[in-house]
Design a protein around this ligand. Structure first.
Ligand code: NAP
Length: 304
């Protein structure tokens, strides 16, 4: 039985000159539980030492509905202040455009201010990949594109990405941008399979965007399944994981990686041992039969 190919050792982010590992590490949960800069540094080291070079944060990470906006970026900034040499070992990704208590703001004034604030909190001169976190329906894509092109021209950002955009929103922004978008960041996991059939990944392949998968374990539900559907998906993953002697979560990451769009799962764990284990997903190969069995479990019905 032929197997789907393993990922390359490193991938280009879209058509940009940035190259990254086949997995990323995410810092959505970094500023939780009163984590100190020393503890945060341990996690950054765990990711880098596991060969994970793409580190994803956002200005809103740390916000708990009342306070904490900017806290995850600031914590990473503290890590970088203590160990400036870490900066050159990572491709640093952040996001902006969600402004509590407003839902979204992508006006020129707000985006410029948000990018400046992120640079300051992170204590860097340039963010390698800057992504619009969620689309602002009230912002014209032409204006957004002009603002982002200017930020790249000013050297504040190297490459651009979108997150949670529909295919039409991505196409409209790309139409006005003076450079290719490098990435798109939808939610993708064995529990979140919409993008396999709704055109998002097809568009990514057509435009040469690298998809970054947020919540690749469904926010942890792959490890701790709750519903009957979660359990069916877990069982389909276990059917592959058990004979290979790997964990279900590693099977889940590798299942996402096996898609031909070259998806990079963003590992969300804030546990050093789990981050290291996640990186082993690059060695797991899937057969078409097993891959589709997970998809069918997630669909809850047979494919036509
Ligand atoms: P996830 O990997 O789906 O879930 C991570 C959660 O699962 C953590 O709470 C983790 O706990 C738990 N977990 C992992 N392995 C486990 C295991 N073996 N047993 C039990 N629990 C386990 O990812 P996520 O944190 O939801 O999201 C990942 C990244 O995606 C974020 O950091 C962020 O960069 C990005 N993201 C982006 C958006 C967006 O709108 N663009 C939205 C959400 C997330 P431990 O920490 O204890 O391991």
């Amino acid at each position: 039985m032929s197997l789907l190919p393993l990922p390359p050792v490193s991938r280009a982010l879209g058509t940009s000159s940035l190259t990254v590992s086949p997995l990323a590490w995410g810092m959505w949960r970094l500023a939780e539980n009163g984590r100190t800069a020393t503890e945060a540094a341990t996690l950054v080291h765990a990711a880098l030492e596991a060969g994970i070079t793409l580190l994803d944060t956002a200005d809103i990470y740390g916000f708990d509905g009342h306070a904490g906006f900017g806290d995850a970026e600031a914590l990473l900034g503290d890590v970088l202040r203590a160990e400036p040499a870490l900066r050159d070992r990572m491709v640093l990704a952040s996001k902006g455009g969600i402004l509590p208590p407003l839902p979204y703001d992508q006006s020129t004034a707000y985006l410029n201010a948000a990018i400046e604030a992120s640079l300051k909190r992170l204590r860097v001169d340039c963010i390698d990949l800057w992504q619009i976190h969620r689309p602002d329906i009230l912002a014209h894509p032409h204006e957004v594109a002009r603002t982002l092109d200017s930020a790249v021209a000013a050297g504040k950002i190297r490459a651009l990405g979108v997150s949670n955009f529909t295919i039409h929103q991505t196409a409209a922004l790309q139409h006005f941008l003076g450079q290719p978008l490098a990435t798109t960041q939808p939610e993708i996991s064995p529990l979140r399979i919409a993008c396999f059939e709704n055109g998002e990944l097809d568009q990514a392949m057509m435009l040469g965007l690298t998809p970054l998968a947020w919540s690749p374990l469904g926010g942890g539900r792959i490890a701790m399944p709750e519903t009957a559907r979660d359990k069916a998906v877990a069982a389909a993953l276990d059917a592959v994981a058990a004979p290979l002697g790997i964990s279900r979560t590693v099977a889940a990451y590798s299942w996402v990686i096996a898609h031909p769009a070259g998806i990079i799962p963003i590992v969300g764990s804030q546990n050093a041992a789990r981050i290291a284990e996640a990186a082993t997903a690059t060695t797991v190969q899937w057969s078409r039969t097993d891959w589709y069995a997970v998809l069918v479990a997630a669909r809850g019905e047979k494919l036509p």
